[in-house]
Design a protein around this ligand. Structure first.
Ligand code: ATP
Ligand code: MG
Ligand code: MG
Ligand code: MG
Length: 566
């Protein structure tokens, strides 16, 4: 590719509003441009990197038998209403009407679309398990789009969905996905950790997040320095909510509050007395089909008395499913209503209390990691809970191996055992080998492709620019001609360009007429692994070769260039 003929608009200055390295460098090096807040165009260099990341993702997905497909971004509201997420997803879901005033959403995720499709097409256990995936733009009206590609409103995701006849089969696929994700992020050169995450729903279905370690990450993870113990200390949705500075009143329709439940009040109050319980604003738990346990912190008015920052735990009787969804929408956006049917009330309260504490820990920034709060990770969900406690950096790991360390992480992927929720809501059932109708069991698995690109830049840059790992670099060689008006330089550079291309080596040829200083600075900024510069010694057939990341520099004979960069 000749640089004079492509679009690589580099910038000298740091663009206003770009606060972190990846955002600044991707703009400055001409990889992306902002079209609107949280919405970006990928310019030719950006698109090349994106494609390479996608290819690694595809390779690993295909390896475990997942099938690529493509679903529509435009989705009818009816599907989202069937699962309750039309309300539950809240403001993050982008909505629109067509010319007939029919409601649509722009896909924030595709559980609804794929489950309704599979429901129509797969009727027998013989076609299960089945795993599909796509790489596609997702739309989420994030409250605070920021940090460039890290939190966009339109972004590229690989999302996969698996369908099973049994939990054992789901477990198997989940493990394969976990492995595939580890391979993807390893192949991308990322320093990452897979951490146990909070499923947000009671019942403790398995979920892991993949976190690229980075100071600019929005999550904090706690991990043991010697064992595989690693957990997200935060409960993101509640954290978002606590961050919003919404008052309790906004979330809690007070006209719906029934008599406070004494038992709940006491239990929750006990935990909330803890000095760490300071970030919590509100939490909502569905207790059964008609009740929610609501814990709020905010300013309340009770019989003329104003209470500031007061915790209140109540059960709320709800008239309709829509009420439930409306209220849940405030707190559990991407998960959907919590399914705690068939659970003992005591167990539900236990869970609720744990989550209160868990959420609190996420909402405060003091660096505590709670244990005995996460079902499966810390305790058997069916058993009576052990005392909630917290660990700090340097404390022994909860698994008894090594010490706890904290680090900031960027969530680049997540694997999730969904269970029967979507299949149940959308009626996706199949005939099992006994000929009986049975609900499908699902998993879902996401990789933030565009976010991952930015996470790589966070880990691969220096003060001069990006330092791409070669497997995803936009080109392998940056060929510079210092003075293209000098015939011998131009000729040698043209010849090297042709030779490199003939060898199948990806080369960006800076054939522009700009000054040498500009070319060197741009080259460092763009970060292609090898630089080959044709300058003064062109007539002797000598060029300068340089490795971007180490700065190691040497003179090469023109005939040795190919072997140098190979
Ligand atoms: P976050 O906690 O950062 O909001 P999420 O948990 O809501 O992310 P998922 O629903 O798990 O996101 O989506 C799968 C993946 O998509 C995430 O792991 C992340 O890498 C990516 N992703 C999610 N939201 C965004 C966004 N606004 N911009 C870019 N990538 C995103
Ligand atoms: Mg998350
Ligand atoms: Mg989110
Ligand atoms: Mg997630």
């Amino acid at each position: 590719m000749k640089q004079s003929q492509t679009l690589v608009p580099t910038l000298k200055e740091i663009p206003a509003g770009a606060d972190i390295a990846s955002h600044q460098l991707l703009l400055r090096a001409g990889f992306i441009r902002q079209t609107a807040s949280g919405i970006y165009s990928f310019l030719p260099l950006g698109k090349r990197v994106l494609r390479k990341i996608e290819e690694i993702v595809r390779d690993e997905m295909d390896n475990i038998g997942a099938n690529e497909m493509l679903m529509p971004a435009l989705q009818p509201a009816e599907l989202w209403k069937e699962t309750g997420r039309w309300n539950a997803f809240g403001l993050e879901l982008m909505r629109m009407n067509d010319r007939h005033e029919r409601e649509f959403a722009l896909g924030a995720t595709h559980e609804e679309v794929i489950t309704s499709l599979i429901k129509d097409e797969v009727k027998s256990y013989k076609k299960l398990p089945l795993t599909v995936y796509q790489i596609q733009s997702k739309f989420r009206d994030e409250q605070r789009p920021r940090f460039g590609l890290l939190r966009g409103r339109e972004f590229l995701m690989k999302d996969a969905y698996s369908f099973h006849e049994s939990y054992a089969s789901l477990d198997e696929m989940y493990d394969k996905m976990y492995e595939a994700y580890s391979n993807i992020f390893t192949r991308l050169g990322l320093n990452f950790r897979a951490v146990i995450a909070d499923s947000g729903a009671m019942g403790g279905k398995d979920t892991h997040e993949f976190m690229a370690l980075s100071e600019v990450g929005e999550d904090t993870i706690a991990f043991s320095d010697t064992s595989s113990y690693a957990a997200n200390i935060e409960m993101a949705q509640v954290l978002d909510q606590a961050d919003d500075d919404q008052s309790g009143e906004e979330l809690l329709p007070l006209d719906k509050v029934a008599t406070p439940n004494q038992k709940t009040m006491e239990q929750v109050a006990d935990y909330l007395k803890h000095p760490l319980a300071k970030g919590l604003k509100s939490l909502l738990y569905k207790v059964d089909e008609t009740f929610l346990l609501v814990v709020t912190r905010g300013d309340h008015q009770v019989n003329d008395i104003k209470l500031k920052n007061f915790y209140q735990a109540t059960t709320v009787e709800l008239a309709t499913e829509a009420d439930v969804e409306e209220i849940l929408g405030a707190g559990f956006g991407s998960i959907g209503p919590i399914d705690v049917k068939n659970k003992e009330v005591d167990v539900i309260f236990d869970f609720a209390v744990r989550y209160v504490v868990n959420a609190t820990c996420g909402a405060n920034q003091d660096g505590y990691h709670y244990v005995n709060v996460n079902p499966e990770r810390d305790f058997d969900p069916e058993a009576k809970y052990a005392d909630v406690r917290f660990v700090q950096e340097g404390d022994p790991s909860p698994d008894g191996k090594g010490q706890i360390q904290f680090a900031r992480g960027i969530e680049i992927g997540q694997v999730f055992k969904l269970g029967e929720f979507y299949a149940d809501k959308l009626g996706a059932s199949f005939l099992n080998d006994q000929g009986r109708a049975s609900t499908m069991i699902m998993g879902c698995y996401g990789v933030g492709v565009s976010r991952t690109l930015a996470a790589i830049v966070e880990q691969y840059h220096d003060e001069k620019g990006i330092t791409w790992p070669s497997q995803i670099a936009p080109f392998q060689v940056h060929l510079l001609v210092l003075n293209s008006k000098k015939d011998e330089q131009k000729q040698l550079a043209d010849q090297l360009y042709a030779n490199l291309k003939a060898q199948g080596i990806e080369v960006l040829y800076d054939d522009r007429t700009d000054r040498a200083g500009v070319k060197f600075a741009d080259s460092d900024l763009i970060g292609i692994p090898y630089r080959v510069t044709v300058g003064k010694r062109a007539d002797e057939g000598i060029v300068e070769c340089k490795i971007r990341v180490s700065g190691e520099q040497s003179e090469c004979h023109k005939d040795d260039v190919i072997s140098y960069v190979k």
